[in-house]
Structures are given as structure tokens and as C-alpha cells.
Design a protein around this ligand. Structure first.
Ligand code: M6R
Length: 614
């Protein structure tokens, strides 16, 4: 949600800021804007809609040359997504320009106070108060960073702020509480961004900013303090992917590229995790073996697709470790007074590492003394920073709003965690763990086969493009796959779609089954005899009521074929690993259907890539 860019250096700031905003488009937004410092003046432009609209404004209203600038893509929270509410927001004199991500919870009080003091507000946003507050603070101090710190101390809620002052060329100040902000270190230039993709084409050297910190960048310096001005220790890091990873590389959509990158994402997430003797090693596991041996309950917290990865994990973790594992939506977790103690391991799954509900869930868990391990794809993001331990997925940057390779990599990381706990607790023999790892290492080839056979799924999507409703059924680990298949279709094709545990069918959902409704069914591997028989009955039940059945079934299993209108073959894999292959055709289906319907596959309406407000 909201993309933020700040730049000081030797290049034309307009180009750098616009390029950064384009790379941050994937976060989701409904307006864009830019402000440049030039000759003691602040020049700004903003426009509702896509960045193309802003570019059109900039073509008409030429901004002056500048090497200091800030920019923003806004995902509306307070106030409609129109030109007036787009960022940057300026103070009365047009001297201070502010862009913001987050929600300033006490903005109404501050706004009243500022209006009573004679300030005029031009927008309905919570952000605008900051420009006026900073301007007021500059009456007390000549130092922009001091003024920003003083303003921050008055703000409540979540905010990343990036601020420029017309009277301070070559300085941009950033601040963060709860929302993400990273610093890019260049040569004679420095950058601020919501994430590293904002500046990846110029530098791969970055600095994590911590909670309640203010950063001041000039072309030759980066100073970080807390909100009181005390210097703080920062953690620099090198970004291990380059600009090509954040580009479409010839694909029509990032999502297509990311679906195709899944064999690599799975292989990379497994890479280097075990010794030649087959013993698992998780380098980022900062919890000791003794601490892990004490764990007697696991609670997975996550949102959306990441939560479905957690649902898959529950089956594997409980089976391999015999430790009870619950899965909870992060947005519900801390409001239900969960029972946590030192021997509870809370596992937070988040691709972005910035999802606010998940972040608040782990903060709550740590306050209650639980240990927190995060599974995350984004180095330096807030959730791993605030966790006791982390397992990074190595999927590379995920740009499309719909999570694909992020999901598969999360599932793999959860399996690694389950096996690692089983190893530490001595519940599984080394050769059993090695056999599962060997099966996991064959998964990338299985995914590749499904990608190579993607045309049949694309053809099916074309045939079903006018469906008004689609159902997905699964049992055991096929159930979260069904949920994920339905979510993908909803978010991309805007079609009503629901996933059910097939066993629930007769308890209600079967009432919606009628003539021609497509029903996808994930059939468990034959090794799960009992489940297999039951799902065959479920397929017959929906077919008898007129459903069009699309059956995902492993190679060699022909029992369901007589009841299937369409068969999608899956490679044979162990039951618990089946989600890693069964999800892939459902991703291709949703992507293709959305494309057929003419939707923006990478940036579906109303959605943001990472949801950084509650
Ligand atoms: O970055 P996170 O993994 O924490 O994001 C969680 C969800 O917002 C995310 O998975 C969302 O459901 C995706 N749009 C699904 O495709």
C-alpha cells in the first residue's frame, strides 16, 4: 500500500522519482504525485489514477530541473482517491512537502488544533497535518530533521513520512513508525523507498530503518536517529537480486513470470538447508535447540494466501512433530485473548514482511512472552526484524499483487521448519527426514512439467470465461489448495469463487451447485485410500446436480476419470507435498481467466500488494 520515493544526488530527481514510483506501482495505488526542490521553491504535481495520468500532467506542466525530490503513489484510506487528496501535501506557504504511508490516528485532534491556529487544510487526508506541523516546528528550530522529529513525537498510529523543504536543497528527511521505509546508499546520491525496488536500478546497498527512527539523507551522508535525536546503530545489507528480477523480462504480466519462476523459487528455498549427511541446518534459526525442544504448541499467524500456506503447514507440522499446531488469521489473533506462554512458538508467515495485521500479531505474541519465528521473503522488512528467528524464503521479488511463487516458497519453508523441529526433538530418524527432503528436491521438476502443460489449463480458462461462480473442493492438504484456488480467482477475475472442504459439501455448500457450475476438485494421492474414495463420492454428488467437474488428480489414478468433465494430471508426490504441485494449475487458470476478461492481472482493482494498515 502506498509507494514512497525520496532522492538527493546528481541525477534529475524527476526521472529517479518517477522510475521509483513505477517500480512501486505493484504495491497498489489510486493516485500519484511528486515534489521537487528548486531554487528555494517547491514545485509539485499530482493526479488521481495511474501514473500515466501523472506523466500526462508533467508533460503539460513542466517541472523545473532538480536533483532533490520526493514522490508517492497513494492507496486511499482517509479521503477519496482524487487529485486533491493525492500526495504530496504542502503547508500554507508551499514550503514543506510531505508524502505518507499509514494512518495518523490522532489527525482529527491535530487538524482542529492547526485550523484554530489559522492553518488552512486543502484535503480530507490525515497526512496534510504533518506538513503544517513541520512548518510550525521550523519556527522553533532551523533544522529540518529536528522539526520532523518534533512533529513525529506528536503523531499516533502508523506512518512512513518523507519530507522535503524548499529552503533545504540537497536534504530529504524520512521517518518511520510501523510502516516500511528503507534507505538506498549510492555514490554521491542517496535514496529512500518503501522497499528496495524503488532504487534497485541505482544501488543494491541498503539500510534497514528501525521502529521510530528518522533518517536524513544528503548526497554524501545518511544520518539515522530516534525520535529524540539520539543516534542509532543501523544494519546495512546487500540486496541479493538485481533490477532484472523486478522487470517483466518479456512476459505480459509479472504474475506469469512469477508462476514460471516457481521451480527456481522452490529449489532456492531448499538450497543449502541440509548437510551432505542429510541433517537439516537453518542458518537464520536464532532459537537454540533447547528453546525449540521446549515448544509444546505452535500457532501460525498470517493473512490471505500466507494463511493458506499456514493451513498446509499444520498438516505437515503436526504429522511430523506431534506438536499441536493452530492456524489463525493475524487480524483475529490478538483480539481473542489467545493462550500463549514461553513454550508457544508463534510462526508468522508473510511474503512482504510488512503486513500490519501480522506485525501486530507478533508484537502481541512477544508481549505475552511467546517465541516468534517468521517465514518471510523480504530481507530487512519489519516482521523478521521483530521476530526471535526467521526462515527466509528465497523466491526473489514478488511484484504481482497475487501471490504465487511466494506461496510455494512459504509452504516449503514451513516444511523445513516442521522437519527441523522433528529433528531437534528426535521424533523422526535422519533417514526419514532425508527421504522427505529428497522428495522435496524433486518438486521443481514436477512444477516445471505442469508449467509446460499449461496450455490445456489456459484453454479451459477460455471455455469458462463467462462463469459467474466457481467452486473448489479438497480434502486434507487439498482443502487449503481449494481455498487458495478460490482466492486467486476472486482477486484476479472478480468472479465469485469459494473453496470448501469436500466433506462439508452436504452440510450446506451443495445447495449452490446447479447446472454447469464449474467445480474444481483436488483429489488426494491414491496413497490416501480412504480420502480418495470419499472424494470420488463428492465428485459424483456435484456432477449429479449438473456441475461441470474439473479434476486435479495424480498420474496413474483413473478412478475419478469417469466422473470428470476435464482432467488435469498432477505428478505423483507424497501426500503432504501435493499442494506444491496442485496449486500451480489453479494459478494459471486464474491468471488466464483474468487476462481473457481484460483485467489488469498484476494490479487487480481495490487491492494492494502489502496491506500496511489494519
Ligand atoms: O505479504 P504477506 O504475505 O503478509 O501478504 C498476505 C496477504 O495480503 C497476501 O497473501 C494476499 O492475500 C495476496 N494478494 C494473495 O494473492
Amino acid at each position: 500500500m502506498c509507494g514512497i520515493v525520496g532522492y538527493v544526488g546528481h541525477r534529475p530527481a524527476l526521472d529517479v522519482v518517477m522510475a521509483g514510483l513505477r517500480r512501486l506501482e505493484y504495491r497498489g495505488y489510486d493516485s500519484g504525485g511528486i515534489a521537487l526542490v528548486h531554487d528555494g521553491q517547491m514545485a509539485s504535481a499530482k493526479k488521481a489514477g495511474k501514473l500515466a495520468n501523472l506523466a500526462a500532467v508533467l508533460a503539460e506542466q513542466e517541472l523545473p530541473a532538480s536533483s532533490t525530490g520526493i514522490g508517492h503513489t497513494r492507496w486511499a484510506t482517509h479521503g477519496a482517491p482524487n487529485d486533491r487528496n493525492a500526495h504530496p501535501h504542502l503547508d500554507d506557504e508551499g514550503r514543506i512537502a510531505v508524502v505518507h504511508n499509514g494512518i495518523i490516528e490522532n489527525f482529527a485532534t491535530l487538524r482542529d488544533e492547526l485550523e484554530r491556529a489559522g492553518h488552512e487544510m486543502l484535503s480530507e487526508t490525515d497526512t496534510e497535518v504533518v506538513a503544517h506541523l513541520v512548518r510550525d516546528e521550523l519556527e522553533k528550530t532551523p533544522d529540518l530533521s529536528d522539526a520532523v522529529r518534533a512533529a513525529c513525537r506528536r503523531l499516533e498510529g502508523a506512518f512512513t513520512l518523507v519530507i522535503a523543504d524548499a529552503q533545504r536543497p540537497d536534504v530529504v528527511v524520512g521517518a518511520r513508525r510501523n510502516s516500511p521505509l528503507v534507505v538506498g546508499r549510492g555514490e554521491g546520491e542517496n535514496f529512500l523507498g518503501s522497499d528496495v525496488s524503488a532504487f534497485i536500478e541505482y544501488t543494491r546497498e541498503a539500510i534497514e530503518l528501525g521502529q521510530d527512527q528518522v533518517v536524513t539523507i544528503t548526497p554524501g551522508s545518511i544520518d539515522v536517529t530516534d525520535f529524540h535525536g539520539d543516534p542509532v546503530q543501523v544494519t546495512p545489507y546487500h540486496v541479493d537480486w538485481d533490477v532484472s528480477a523486478a522487470e517483466k523480462g518479456g512476459y505480459d504480466w509479472f504474475m506469469l513470470k512469477e508462476i514460471d519462476e516457481q521451480p527456481q523459487a522452490v529449489a532456492d528455498t531448499l538450497l543449502g538447508r541440509h548437510t551432505p549427511e542429510g541433517r537439516l541446518q537453518l542458518d537464520e534459526m536464532r532459537l537454540s535447540d533447547d528453546e525449540l525442544r521446549d515448544i509444546d504448541k505452535i500457532i501460525v499467524v498470517a493473512c490471505g494466501t500466507a494463511a493458506y500456506a499456514g493451513h498446509v503447514a499444520k498438516y505437515a507440522i503436526e504429522h511430523w512433530t506431534r506438536i499441536p499446531c493452530e492456524v489463525e488469521l493475524a487480524s483475529e489473533f490478538r483480539y481473542r485473548d489467545p493462550i500463549l506462554d514461553r513454550s508457544t512458538l508463534v510462526v508468522a508467515i508473510s511474503q512482504s514482511g510488512e503486513t500490519m495485521d501480522t506485525l501486530q500479531a507478533i508484537r502481541y505474541a512477544r508481549q505475552q512472552r511467546a517465541r516468534v519465528l517468521s517465514i518471510c521473503n523480504t530481507n530487512g522488512s519489519t516482521i523478521p526484524r521483530e521476530s526471535d528467528a526467521v526462515i527466509y524464503t528465497h523466491a526473489g521479488p514478488e511484484i504481482a499483487v497475487a501471490s504465487t511463487k511466494g506461496f510455494l516458497a512459504q509452504v516449503v519453508a514451513c516444511y523445513l521448519l516442521g522437519l527441523y523441529l522433528a529433528q531437534i526433538k528426535g521424533i523422526k530418524y535422519g533417514d526419514e527426514i532425508a527421504a522427505i527432503i529428497a522428495a522435496l528436491e524433486k518438486i521443481p521438476a514436477g512444477i516445471q512439467r505442469l508449467l509446460d502443460e499449461g496450455d490445456q489449463v489456459r484453454k479451459l480458462a477460455a471455455e469458462l470465461a463467462d462463469s459467474r461462480s466457481v467452486l473448489f473442493l479438497g480434502r486434507h492438504v487439498g482443502y487449503p489448495v481449494a481455498l487458495e484456488g478460490a482466492l486467486k480467482l476472486k482477486e484476479l477475475a472478480y468472479i465469485h469463487a469459494e473453496g470448501f472442504a469436500a466433506g462439508e459439501l452436504k452440510h450446506g455448500p451443495i445447495a449452490v451447485v446447479g447446472d454447469g457450475i464449474p467445480v474444481f476438485v483436488v483429489v488426494p494421492p491414491r496413497a490416501r485410500d480412504q480420502l480418495q474414495e470419499k472424494i470420488v463420492s463428492n465428485i459424483q454428488e456435484v456432477r449429479a446436480r449438473g456441475a461441470r467437474t474439473i479434476v486435479l488428480v495424480e498420474d496413474g489414478d483413473d478412478d475419478v476419470v469417469p466422473y470428470a468433465d476435464h482432467v488435469i494430471r498432477l505428478p505423483q508426490v507424497p501426500t503432504l507435498l501435493q499442494p506444491l504441485v496442485a496449486t500451480v494449475p489453479l494459478q494459471i487458470f486464474a491468471c488466464e481467466l483474468a487476462d481473457q476478461l481484460g483485467h489488469d492481472v498484476d494490479q487487480p482493482r481495490n487491492l494492494a500488494k502489502s496491506v500496511t494498515v489494519e
